[in-house]
Each structure stands twice: as C-alpha cells, then as structure tokens.
Design a protein around this ligand. Sequence first.
Ligand SMILES: Cc1ncc(COP(=O)(O)O)c(C=O)c1O
Length: 464
Amino acid sequence: MNKRQKYRDLINQTFDFPQRDFKEEKNTLFWNDLPLMDIIAQYGTPLRLTYLPKITQQIQKARRLFNSSIANNNYSGDYHYGYCTKSSHFSFVLEEALKNKVFLETSSAFDFEIIKRMEERKKFKKEQYIVCNGFKSDAYINKIIEAFNNGFKNIIPVLDNLDEVDKYSSISEPMNIGMRIAAEEEPKYEFYTSRLGIRYNDILPLYEQKIKDNPNLQMKMLHFFIDTGIKDVNYYWTEFHKALGVYCDLKKICPELNTINLGGGMPIKHSLAADFDYEYMINEIISQIKITCNNEGVDEPDIFTEFGSYTVGESGCVIFGVLGVKHQNDRETWYMLDGSLMNNLPDVWGLSQRFIMLPINKWDDDYKHVNLGGITCDVGDYYNSDAHINQVYLPKIKPGEKLYLGFFNTGAYQDTLSGYGGIKHCLLPSPPHILVDEKRKNEFTYKVFAEEQTAESMLKILGY
Ligand SMILES: Cc1ncc(COP(=O)(O)O)c(C=O)c1O
C-alpha cells in the first residue's frame, strides 16, 4: 500500500530543508521568518512583498567576503560595493542600499533625478562614486557633465564606444573615466561579441590616441561585465583572464589606471537546490587578480562591483491565491491564479526564468502535478516547471479549500520590465505592495507602499 505522501515530505526528500530563509511551521511557510499566512489574512492576494533588511544583509555579506578575502590574500587594493539602480529604482530600495554607503551605477539620464533627490535628502553625498554605464544619449551625457560641474567629482563615465570620449570635451578640470571591455559571448549565444563595451583590440589605441594627452581625462577604471554572470565555469574564467590581460597591458602605459570594475552578475537563489559558494568564488577572483598582476609586475587594483540582482533580488516576493482548478484532460490540471505571471513576473514569460515557488499553506496535504495558469487570456501566461525539475508539484485542493503560493526572490527587474503601475495585459491591476522592516529580531513592521492599482489610474494613462 502506498504510504500517503504529504507536500512536506516531498520537500524534505528533495532538499535540505528548512533553509536560511525558508521554514515551515504548522503547515504554513515562513520566509525570512515572516508569517506569510498572517500577512495574506491582512492584505489578501495577489500581493507583492519587499523585505527590506535583506538588502542590507546582502551588501554586508558581499563586503565581508571581499574584505576578508583581501585580507587573507594580502591583497593591496580596496573593495567598493555599488548598487546598480536599474535592477529596482524604488526609493525604499535606494534608501536601504544607501544606508550602507554604497556607490551608485547609472544607466540613463533619469537616474540623475534619483541621485539629485537622494542628495537633497542627505542619503547620498557628492563625494560618493557614481559609475555611468551604457551607450549614452546626449541627454545622458549632459546629465553626467552637469553632475560633475555641480560637484559630483567622483563620477566615472565608462566609455562604451570609441566616439563617446569626444563628448566630454567641454570638461575643464580633470575627470575620471573608465572603459568597458566588450566580452566575447558564450558559444551557445547568437553573437560572438557583446554589443556592450569596446573591443579588446581597441582599448589601448583609444587610450593612446584620445585620452593619454588629454589633461582633463584620467583613465581610472577598466570595466568588464560578463552578462551571463559570475560563475565558476571555463567561459567566465577565460573572459576574466582576457580582461585581466588587457588591464595589465593598459596599466603599463597608463599609470593612473587603478581600478577594475567587475560589473554585476553575482547570482542569487532561484532554487532551493542551489547553493552558490560565494566565499570560494570571491576568493578565487581576488587571488586570480593578485597572481596575474604580480606576474605582470603591476599594482593590484581596487575592485568595484555593481551588483543589481544580488542586492535586491532576494528581498522580493509575489504571492498569489488559487482561484479555481481546471482539469483539461486526463493528465493536465491547471491551478488558476488570481493574478498574472506575465504581468507581475515578466522574466518567467520572456526568459523562462525560474524562481523559488512554494505553497504557503497546506504543507500537510497530499500533492499533485499541476500547471499554474495566470489569469490573463494569453496562452503564454503560465508556469509549469521548477528550476530543479521540469514539473510543478503543489498540494491538492479539496472543494471549499484555499491554496496560496509564493514566487520568491523576485525583487530585481520584474517591476521595471512590467512597468509597475502602468497598463497591464487584460487591464489587470498592479497588486498591492507591502514593505516589511524588522526593528528587532522577528519584530516586523508593515507599511503599505501601494494599494491595488485603481481603474482610474489606468484609464487616465489610456486617455479616457
Ligand atoms: C553595466 C552593468 N552593471 C551591472 C548590472 C547588474 O547586473 P546584475 O543585476 O546581474 O547584478 C548590469 C545589468 O544589466 C549592467 O549592465
């Protein structure tokens, strides 16, 4: 006879569980110790949550690991943690990150409006670094120059193409600049070389021809960001070493160069099965840079990072309720959600991104194989495979019962891509958004950042 299998058993057999951020008590899920069922009882579903302390925890963890690795390797450069605003521009995210004195990485002209407000509110100082990436429009260039002239002297525009340097000709005192190296893409990708940055072979000539003799441009930083992320794989290390080689070659002719910017791409947890070894990876980065620089006889550079997902990803979750169950044939059962995956988690649809998805109640119930259906009419609005397995299992629902589930670590990019508060597929409103802070261990405070979007707000955008 088959022993009855509860959802809890499935999780315990598949993963090491409980984990740092996830535990189960009395058949319900806690995330960062938050009593999710109580939160649902108060605010309903669908719902967005941001657990603010996670942002500080992430920054502190990376700083601790970089700094201890620097100390252990007797490395002579410093580490600087930056936050890349594009991963979430919300004021509460910026404010939490800036409590930790991070520098900021910008990607467009509008970022400077955020920086201006943060400076006015005394959350950001003019002396802090601002690293400006991207292929820049005239408006963006003007904002960079304006900020520099207004006293943000530690701004560092990172040249993304060969012509950009000419656009800083109006600068009348020395300004730091950087150059981004265009990485070779992963072999499985459609292109050979990233469209972002300057080709390896053009870096030294650009310096020689346009920067070396310009007294107002100080070539301080070499930027290399491997878009597929920081991973302990051959491809990452090959690109990393190519870029280090360029750094050393450039350093030999450009004494003011003293910084390597590793960009973003520090991974976050998208599966309960994943366990990225941050300590090993960071230590490897520091020791590889040291060994290469020592072999080449150049000083060890300062290291900048601009982690976006890593800073804010694990602070967010989206919670749905199951509105109803549909059996469309003998094998396919759909749990129909009270919100849309496509609207609220666009990476699920656009990139087949997997997030940690778990039920919030009914852990003591039998489970079954299901598909999750978003409530829009779009055929693509579904979720049917977890990161560790090509299927989704959730507790069975008996008539009259309610099941809730959460997608976790969704705090980066989803709001930006879905156009938070704008027009959504099938005119579904943006769900309410609750900010959670923690004054003391397990003493939570809740603040409604946004109520559910109103019909009025959408109709206004639509011109009614
Ligand atoms: C230049 C640059 N830095 C940092 C980031 C942040 O990347 P991530 O969110 O993977 O940390 C990006 C992302 O696109 C980027 O383009």
